[in-house]
Design a protein around this ligand. Structure first.
Ligand SMILES: Nc1ncnc2c1ncn2[C@@H]1O[C@H](COP(=O)(O)OP(=O)(O)OP(=O)(O)O)[C@@H](O)[C@H]1O
Length: 271
């Protein structure tokens, strides 16, 4: 079953094309990685799929709905870990996770989620007192508390130390094993290879290469690009980085949505 389907997706910012006609399909239960340098268009793509940003052209379906028009029931079926999340800094870790659990019809047990993201010891701490990496784990906890069928992870491990990254990878594998469809963006080839069934390399708004990793169940096999067996993704990524300048001016559309399911503080899809 196809869970995410994108055809000819285009998004411009002030006349500059950030996403330039991409096509991609993600099947149920797959882990799909969008790998690319700064400014490639990964976040824009993911935010369009999450329904947080409008598109200029193209077709997008996520769980059989157009994210731009989907309502609250749909939002309860997706989980989102944004690149820069909104803080609920005055709450403790446990309060925040329990609070958001209340918005979902099928939420996970808060203590279990805290354990899975490695925050049990910090449960009673205010979020503002956490380190950057620990705050990121709170973002991950809030992204999975609603038992999402599809999970979007936008550079989820930025700021993690190597141990936290490995713990996070374990969690992603567990979620995938339990049947969650996962689309993640990352700068790290190593992360994409460790987690993804398929990798797409994005540069300057285009998908320049697709790689079928499928190492999750067959880790021993080498990773090959589809249609180009001699060119490993690392070489392709380096080539992409040479081709793909960060076009700079990394502006955003204003404040981030507070919470995907509740819509609290969510600006309308736009601009
Ligand atoms: N709100 C905006 N207004 C104008 N330009 C924008 C806006 N958001 C992103 N851009 C530009 O669009 C391009 C793609 O940005 P995007 O954030 O989608 O890339 P990315 O691959 O996620 O990068 P990174 O890995 O640095 O997060 C960049 O050139 C960026 O500067």
């Amino acid at each position: 079953m196809t869970v995410i389907e994108v055809r000819g997706l285009i998004r411009d910012y002030q006349g500059r094309r950030a996403v330039d006609g991409i096509d991609l399909t993600v099947a149920a239960g797959e882990v799909f990685a969008l790998l690319g340098p700064n400014g490639a268009g990964k976040t824009t793509t993911v935010e369009i799929l999450e329904g947080h940003r409008r598109r200029d052209a193209g077709e997008v379906r996520v769980l059989d709905e157009d994210p731009q028009r989907a309502g609250r029931a749909w939002r309860c079926r997706i989980g989102v870990v944004l690149q820069s999340a909104t803080d609920v800094a005055e709450l403790t870790v446990a309060e925040s996770v329990r609070h958001f659990a209340g918005y979902y019809p099928r939420s996970r047990d808060a203590a279990t989620v805290l354990d899975q993201v490695g925050l049990t010891e910090q449960a009673g701490k205010r979020i503002r007192a956490l380190s950057g990496g620990q705050r990121r784990r709170v973002d991950v906890a809030l992204g999975i508390i609603g038992s999402p069928e599809v999970l979007f992870l936008d550079e989820p491990t930025t700021g993690f130390d190597p141990q936290a990254r490995r713990q996070f990878w374990k969690l992603v594998r567990q979620l995938a094993h339990d049947g969650t469809t996962i689309l993640l963006t990352t700068h790290y080839l190593e992360e994409a290879e460790a987690l993804a069934d398929r990798i797409a390399i994005m540069v300057s708004g285009r998908l320049v290469a697709g790689a079928r990793a499928h190492q999750r169940r067959h880790r021993a096999r080498p990773l090959h690009l589809r249609g180009d067996g001699e060119d490993p993704p690392a070489a392709r990524l380096r080539q992409a980085q040479r081709l793909g300048p960060d076009r700079g001016g990394h502006h955003r559309d204003g404040p981030r949505p507070a919470h995907p399911a509740t819509g609290a503080g969510v600006r309308p899809v736009g601009p």
